[in-house]
Structures are given as structure tokens and as C-alpha cells.
Write a protein that binds this ligand. Structure first.
Ligand SMILES: Nc1ncnc2c1ncn2[C@@H]1O[C@H](COP(=O)(O)OP(=O)(O)OP(=O)(O)O)[C@@H](O)[C@H]1O
Length: 278
């Protein structure tokens, strides 16, 4: 795993007005690797991702440690956070439609990311943007540069978002269901790009997903979340021999192509799983 990029200890998050914590004492570290966070809907996966970027206005975030490289994320002012967010750490969301401004040309939005973080002329930013669109395998990048978000496909939109993020050369990328809206071929392309970032650029990647098959094949390690807690942390290769009954239940609830036609298992939930384990 080499160098630790992220050190999260006893992270607790409560949304404003809520009577319980959405995230309850989560701890993990991340090196230059692919870490999957899985768990059913509402288990707190996205809340953790947004908390790392401090994108939870109105929520209370506490932790014994919330450290990203040399930075204590809880101690930064909002102004200091602006230099970290989008520059040293970035997030890719499920649907690029919500991340791209619909009334501005795609390329201008990509170039602007570069202008925001680095001193250069508009012309240079344009060149960088086109080169990065090509790097994420967008053919005819000059034409796409001039298009509006509604004129490009979802898969292309996702690659545009990745190009935008890459221009800032981050050390940590949080991908929240980045491929669930994509068809299988585009999904593979996007995963290959993310994989290349970890291998070639040495970033740390957090992959938030419902999809156990995806994290099994793509990630190095996996956190299994249940009701705001991590119930089990595993090497992805050990997922099939998971010890925790919740993880076993999630695995049993995965449909298998060519498997028996027996009804899918019903996911069991026990109050004692809420106890802190990781
Ligand atoms: N903006 C919000 N205000 C109040 N509560 C919220 C907010 N966003 C999420 N929650 C609550 O926090 C808990 C965790 O939600 P979160 O979206 O992090 O789960 P998740 O595991 O990412 O789910 P999904 O896979 O459906 O995205 C849930 O109980 C949810 O209802």
C-alpha cells in the first residue's frame, strides 16, 4: 500500500436536524490503491465521500483523525479547502448531467478547471483541455470541445468529467457509482482510465458502489458498510470468504448469470451488527 494518503479515524457525521448519526465511527486508511466502499442504500457511503471533500453544509463532522496527506481536513478554513477540493482531491459522480453546466460548452468547462488551478493563458488552457479529452479517449476532441452537455452521450460526459478532474492532477479521487449509468463497453473504458490513474499516476482511489462484482474485480481492498458503520474490511480477493454475516448476505443476494433459478436470498439484518468493528 506504500504511503498513506488518507487517515480516517472514528469519523462521525450527523445531518442538520437528524436525531442519529448517518456515519458512526468509521475508520480506514488509504494508500496508493483502489479501495471499494460497498453497502446497501442509505448505509452512509456517499456521506463519507462528501465529508472528505467537506461538501456537507449544515452537517456536523467529527473525527479523531481526518487527515489527507499533510492536511487536517477538519482544521482547514473554507478558503483553504478551496485549494484542496478539485485540485488535490476530486469526486466523480454517477451522472455527469448534474455536474456539467448545461448552458456552457463542454470544452470551456474543462479549460476553466485548468485556469482555476494554474496560472496560464486561455489559449494554453484550451490546448491542455483538448489534450486531456484525447487522453480519456474522446475521438474528435476539438468538435466535442465546442459541444453543449446535451449534445454528448452519458459515457462521453463521464469521460469529460474525468478529463476535468485529471487536469488538476489530484492525489485522491472519490468515484461515487461512476459507472452505474453507463453501458458495459463505456463502463469498461471508464474503469480502465481509473485503473490507469492508480497504476501510472499513483493516486488513491475510493470507489463507492453497490456492485460487489465490480469491487471484487476492480479494487484492492473493500470496506463493507452497514447502517453507518464498517462491519468488515477485506482484501477484494477475499470477498468470497467474508466472515461477517452481513457481507455473506450481500454476496448471497447477488444475482448470478447461469446460476440456479432458486429465489434470491433475503438480506438479514441484526441489531448487534451496529457495534463498531473496524
Ligand atoms: N442531505 C441529507 N440530509 C439528511 N439526511 C441525509 C442527507 N443525505 C443522506 N442522508 C441520510 O444519511 C444516511 C446515509 O445516506 P448516504 O446517501 O450516505 O447512503 P449511501 O450508502 O451512499 O446510499 P446510496 O447507495 O443510496 O447512495 C441515510 O440515512 C440518508 O437518508
Amino acid at each position: 500500500m506504500e504511503k498513506t494518503i488518507l487517515d480516517v479515524r472514528n469519523l462521525r457525521i450527523r445531518y442538520g436536524g437528524a436525531s442519529t448519526d448517518a456515519v458512526r465511527g468509521v475508520s480506514f486508511t488509504l494508500g496508493r490503491e483502489r479501495l471499494g466502499i460497498v453497502g446497501e442504500s442509505g448505509s452512509g457511503k456517499s456521506t463519507i465521500g462528501r465529508a472528505l471533500l467537506r461538501l456537507l453544509p449544515g452537517a456536523t463532522i467529527t473525527a479523531d483523525s481526518l487527515r489527507f496527506e499533510d492536511v487536517d481536513l477538519l482544521a482547514l478554513s473554507e478558503k483553504e479547502m478551496l485549494k484542496v477540493r478539485g485540485r488535490r482531491m476530486s469526486m466523480i459522480l454517477q451522472d455527469p448531467k448534474f455536474s456539467l453546466n448545461p448552458i456552457r460548452r463542454v470544452g470551456d468547462q474543462v479549460a476553466e478547471t485548468y485556469l482555476r488551478h494554474f496560472k496560464c493563458s486561455r489559449g494554453e488552457a484550451r490546448e491542455k483541455a483538448i489534450a486531456m479529452l484525447e487522453a480519456v479517449k474522446i475521438r474528435d476532441a476539438e468538435r466535442v470541445y465546442a459541444q453543449y452537455p446535451h449534445e454528448i452521450s452519458g459515457g462521453m460526459g463521464q469521460r469529460v468529467m474525468i478529463a476535468m478532474m485529471l487536469l488538476a492532477d489530484p492525489d485522491l479521487v472519490i468515484a461515487d457509482e461512476p459507472t452505474s449509468a453507463l453501458d458495459v463497453t463505456v463502463r469498461l473504458q471508464v474503469l480502465n482510465i481509473l485503473d490507469g490513474l492508480v497504476r501510472d499516476r499513483g493516486i488513491g482511489l475510493i470507489m463507492i458502489s453497490h456492485d460487489l462484482n465490480l469491487v471484487r474485480n476492480f479494487c484492492d481492498r473493500v470496506l463493507i458498510m452497514y447502517a453507518g458503520r464498517v462491519v468488515e474490511t477485506l482484501q477484494a480477493s477475499e470477498l468470497d470468504s467474508a466472515q461477517h454475516p452481513y457481507t455473506q448476505g450481500l454476496l448471497a443476494a447477488q444475482p448470478r448469470i447461469g446460476g440456479s433459478r432458486a429465489p434470491l436470498a433475503v438480506l438479514d439484518r441484526k441489531p448487534e451488527w451496529l457495534e463498531e468493528k473496524a
